[in-house]
Write a protein that binds this ligand. Structure first.
Ligand SMILES: [Zn+2]
Ligand SMILES: [Zn+2]
Length: 298
């Protein structure tokens, strides 16, 4: 198998682009897709400091690597969820990566901060683990970004993540979620850190190939709590469709982004004010995170 660009031996075949690429040309392709996502969606520019949320998995570390190589100003944020060995190994991978690149890394450990890991917090509040974890993550990404002066938070969500989430939202007709499913969530005039997903044009296997080809040492295990999650079923369904019809995920998600938005007036105003407990912006009196922690305290 030869590279379509330069005739050297190819390392990856990409059916959806009907092409095969060598290591060098594949890296150029990945950098180009990420740069295109950032500029076309107006995610951030080279003057802004980007806080990259890094779990230690392939996607977030690949994202951080690409952003560094493209010359963006970045620091990493790792949340240690307190899930035994899984969290410890994840943190070690992130620390090793940051050290090898000489970049700033912020680590926030739930166990140290709250005396509990995310599983215990979910159990004490009778919330499904992934739902409590999502509330905790969103809260900390935003709070730490605002406290440390980062206007932007980038996460490693890839095309497969976004397409499967879209499929789930469409199957349930979760219209309010559909409106929010964008690779950029605005900062609401500086109330929030802007949330961006610069890998949304890259398939999961492309992100994985990039990590392997660039010798990025990541944690291979998925989160032990995600087993049986509905999202994995949607991913599997989309992979089967992709096999028979390459490009399905791309057409599904990018087609969704291109369509005129259902609400011509844009997202409805949130009327945010400071949380009575922690001061973070919230549409209610007390933010979701503080409500969660109040239930733990009881
Ligand atoms: Zn090539
Ligand atoms: Zn709060």
């Amino acid at each position: 198998m030869k590279c379509r660009q330069c005739q050297q031996s190819a390392v990856i075949k990409m059916e959806r682009h009907n092409t095969s690429l060598c290591r060098g040309c594949f890296n150029l392709y990945v950098h180009d897709q990420v740069e295109r996502a950032i500029t076309e969606e107006k995610m951030f520019d080279r003057a802004e400091s980007v806080l990259v949320a890094v779990s230690g998995g392939k996607d977030s570390l690949a994202l951080w690597d690409v952003l560094i190589k493209l010359g963006y100003r970045t620091a990493g944020l790792h949340l240690n969820l307190g899930i035994n060995d899984y969290s410890q190994i994840s943190q070690e991978k992130v620390e090793a990566f940051a050290e090898s690149r000489g970049t700033e890394l912020i680590v926030h450990a739930y166990q140290e901060a709250y005396g509990l890991g995310v599983i215990e917090i979910a159990e004490e509040t009778a919330r499904p683990a992934c739902s409590a974890c999502g509330t905790m993550k969103r809260y900390h990404f935003n709070r730490i970004a605002m406290e440390r002066g980062f206007p932007v938070v980038a996460t490693g969500h890839n095309l497969d993540d976004e397409a499967s989430r879209l499929l789930g939202n469409v199957l349930q007709w979760q219209e309010e979620y559909l409106e929010k499913q964008s690779p950029v969530l605005s900062d609401e005039g500086g109330t929030w850190a802007r949330k961006v997903k610069p890998l949304f044009r890259l398939a999961e296997r492309e992100a994985a190939a990039y990590a392997v080809l660039n010798r990025i040492d990541y944690i291979v295990d998925e989160c032990p709590m995600s087993k049986g999650a509905k999202m994995l079923v949607y991913k599997d369904v989309l992979n089967r469709l992709e096999e028979t019809s390459p490009g399905t995920k791309h057409r599904f998600y990018l087609g969704f982004l291109k369509r005129p938005r259902a609400l011509p007036s844009g997202p409805k105003e949130l009327h945010l004010h400071p949380c009575q407990s922690c001061g973070q912006p919230t549409p209610g009196e007390v933010c979701g995170f503080c409500r969660l922690m109040q239930r733990v305290a009881r």
